[in-house]
Design a protein around this ligand. Structure first.
Ligand SMILES: *Cc1c(COP(=O)(O)O)cnc(C)c1O
Length: 388
């Protein structure tokens, strides 16, 4: 019997479950004749802001634009330095570079894959203006420590929430120092990603855990001035038509995507819960596999990706073996941002990030993934490790 292929991500079960709602929403937009901004976008912005517990949500064209516009709206200008993680999708550092600022990387923590706050203070200079943590794979970054340091040095904090819609901070710290403030931790605990820093930047790229059927992004903030600037920047620097005040962008969330996202917003908490269950099942099935490190399944993690570390230099062989057996497993990310050709030679080495980039492997993950399919993935993965 030939086995079916198992992709890294299957979006079809989700569409099948909500297709009537989606078609009604799309039809409503088609009938309205209003496709750019307008009431559908306003409604989604209101609903998303309420869901996330923020004052303002501003729809934009992509997660990358949310970062770029968010950085500019937060006052980051050419020559500034922004501290971030080397271990992320390139859009993180690219956005910093695109506004003329300089990304300054600090190494990550091998367990959470997030930036290690214990390293931030040493990276701060007179030019540092912001810290940009990424809630990678849906796992909230150690925000109490980040915000503590930011307050101490009057830095802005921008959260890259592209992989973490609905993720919740649960008070996690990394290498906690005595200075780690319990009061900040208490104040932040229970807050959503994107509701803790000065700016949150979300992506609705179709594969994200809240995905549109095309490109889309969102900026969140509790700051009125940042919100106004972001609204200005997304429409050519003008709040009033033909009254352009500064150089902006054409970066709007379109009405069709907003209507689709409005439908999906009603389901995303349930989907995130299902993702956590899928992750817990993987962890149970993979307990005690030698040479493999599984991620912690915490209550606030939304498992945009379920990512293991394959030790002893076996990762590439294991990935190939899985591919031969029809199982999609992907490496996010094989090359840390600082090592990409675009930054060739500009940065020192970040050893943990390098090590992790050579070990990570993301397994098939979507909310409707069924346990028997996971069992097959795990059986083949165990064979792969034994054979490597
Ligand atoms: C996807 C992603 C982005 C960019 O989002 P787009 O909508 O594709 O522009 C930024 N940062 C991270 C961490 C991402 O995963």
């Amino acid at each position: 019997m030939t086995q079916n292929k198992i992709p890294i991500l299957d979006l079809k079960p989700q569409y099948r479950a909500i297709q009537e709602e989606i078609k009604a929403a799309v039809n409503r937009v088609l009938e309205s004749g209003q496709f750019i901004l307008g009431p559908e976008v306003q409604q989604f912005e209101t609903d998303a802001a309420q869901h996330l517990g923020v004052k303002h949500a501003i729809g934009v064209n992509s997660g990358t634009d949310a970062l770029i516009i968010g950085l500019r709206a937060a006052g980051i200008t050419p020559g500034d330095e922004v501290i971030t993680t080397p271990f992320s999708f390139f859009a993180t550092a690219e956005s910093i570079s695109m506004v003329g600022a300089k990304p300054v990387f600090v190494d990550i923590d091998a367990t959470s894959f997030n930036l290690n706050p214990a390293q931030i203070r040493a990276a701060i200079t007179e030019k540092t203006k912001a810290i940009l943590p990424v809630h990678l794979f849906g796992n909230p970054a150690p925000m109490a420590q980040v915000l503590d340091i930011a307050a101490e040095h009057s830095l802005k904090v921008l959260e890259d929430c592209a992989q973490s819609f609905g993720a919740v901070y649960k008070g996690d710290c990394i290498d906690c120092e005595p200075s780690c403030q319990d009061d900040i931790r208490d104040r932040l605990t229970g807050k959503f990603a994107g509701a803790m820093g000065d700016v949150g930047a979300f992506s609705f790229f179709p594969t994200k855990n809240l995905g549109a059927y095309g490109d889309g992004g969102l900026i969140t903030t509790n700051d009125d001035a940042i919100a106004t600037m972001a609204r200005k920047l997304r429409v050519h620097g003008a709040l009033k038509r033909y009254h352009n005040e500064l150089l902006g962008y054409n970066s709007r969330l379109d009405a069709m995507q907003a209507a689709i996202l409005g439908v999906k917003l009603l389901h995303v908490s349930q989907w995130n819960q299902q993702r956590r269950q899928v992750a817990a099942t993987y962890n149970r099935l993979l307990a005690d596999v030698p040479g493999l490190v599984t991620p912690a399944v915490t209550a606030g993690h939304v498992f945009h990706q379920y990512t293991v570390r394959v030790l002893e230099g076996k990762r590439d062989a294991v990935q190939s073996y899985l591919a031969e057996q029809g199982i999609g497993a992907m490496v996010y990310y094989p090359i840390p941002q600082d090592r990409l050709p675009v930054y060739d030679g500009q940065f020192p080495t970040y050893p943990v990030s390098e090590q992790v980039a050579s070990e990570v492997l993301s397994l098939p993950m979507w909310p409707e993934l069924e346990a028997p399919v996971q069992e097959r993935v795990v059986a083949v993965l165990k064979d792969a490790i034994a054979a490597a």
